[in-house]
Design a protein around this ligand. Structure first.
Ligand code: BTN
Length: 335
């Protein structure tokens, strides 16, 4: 991966739509001005809009709406995320990839971002649609060292953070459906697959796989997924800057993880859960063992269980069973 592109893109982004002199870039990179021009020409072929004006230099007027490694790196360098990026044009699953890297002793935190997965996984062994068509496939790896009992709220917490990110940063509607499906207008926008290796007294490592439907046209997906999916671009009415979004997601998840590990999340999680809860007040079917329970969803308790108020006024807690709304065939389970 040529660092030259990252240096050029970082300079163009930092200039914030102003011009950057070709001379300055050439000096910074230790290459000729013709060399700079050639790199910019290559970037144009990758979907960047770069305006060139004599005696003023270059400025960035547009960026690709598909994943671009150099651009994500440039955004990450500007924000100094402290999270190492492992980029793959194709992998089996970013979660499986992260698992291999952890087993090899790779330092955490790191994030694996792939353009395409050939064995993308969802919860409960379901496949995750993972074509290179403008979506994000990311897996974050951490070594929390916390006792397993202290980790039970982390996936719910990450779900609230993802919703908050979509609502506040992108101004698009997102809700969370217990335990951690991110939905909008009843359709799935993003999913989280959390996987951990746990010893008796500590959580050795933790992987958060996050898939976000960003710029894809879900109506072109296989029928069974297109019927229940939506994307940020569909909600937005136009494509989003997916590479900036990828970098923003890295900051969001890393900061959310740090606030979880420090315990600071406790002051925020219930307020956020209530704000983004897609189930609250709705009649939900869940199961405990083999028993089916129908009740009105009433938020979560401080272990992350879903609370259901039954017709007789009793409260039941759903820990890991499946829940579905009304007669919809989808099922959801806590990892
Ligand atoms: C779900 O079923 O809702 C969870 C979907 C998680 C998908 C993401 S995409 C990136 C990461 N790699 C995977 O194989 N799965 C997760």
């Amino acid at each position: 991966m040529p660092d030259t592109d990252v240096v050029i893109l970082k300079a163009l982004l930092e200039a914030n739509s102003s011009f950057v002199s070709g001379n300055m870039l050439a000096n910074q990179l230790g290459i000729s001005r013709v060399g700079v021009w050639a790199r910019l020409d290559k970037l144009r072929q990758e979907g960047f809009g770069v305006e060139a004006v004599r005696h003023r230099g270059y400025r960035l007027i547009d960026e690709p709406t598909t994943i671009n490694e150099a651009l994500i790196r440039a955004y990450l360098e500007i924000g100094k995320s402290g999270v190492e990026l492992v980029f793959r044009s194709e992998t089996d699953s970013t979660n499986t990839d992260a698992e291999r890297l952890l087993a090899d002793g790779t330092q955490t935190p790191f994030v694996v971002i792939a353009q395409r997965q050939n064995k993308g996984r969802g919860r409960m062994g379901r496949p995750w649609h993972s074509q290179d068509d403008g979506n994000l496939y990311t897996s974050f790896a951490f070594r929390p060292q916390l006792p397993p009992a202290q980790m039970q709220m982390i996936t719910l917490w990450m779900g609230t953070q993802l919703c908050h990110f979509i609502s506040s940063k992108l101004a698009l509607p997102a809700m969370i459906k217990w335990p951690n499906d991110i939905v909008s207008n009843g359709r799935k926008l993003a999913g989280i697959l959390a996987e951990a290796r746990v010893d008796a007294d500590r959580t050795r490592d933790l992987i958060f796989g996050i898939g976000v439907n960003v710029n894809s046209n879900c109506s072109q997906w296989p029928k069974e997924v297109s019927a229940v999916a939506t994307s940020l671009a569909e909600l937005n009415g136009k494509p989003l800057k997916i590479n900036q979004l990828a970098a923003d997601l890295v900051y969001t998840v890393n900061s959310a993880y740090e606030r979880y590990v420090s315990g600071a999340y406790r002051n925020e999680i219930f307020e956020l859960w209530n704000r983004y809860d897609a189930l609250r007040g709705r009649v939900v079917r869940g199961s405990k063992g083999k028993t089916e329970i129908v009740g009105t969803a009433d938020g979560i308790d401080d272990h992350g269980n879903l609370l259901l108020t039954l017709e007789n006024g009793q409260t039941q807690r759903i820990h890991a069973g499946e829940v579905s709304i009304g007669t919809r065939p989808e099922t959801f389970a806590r990892p």
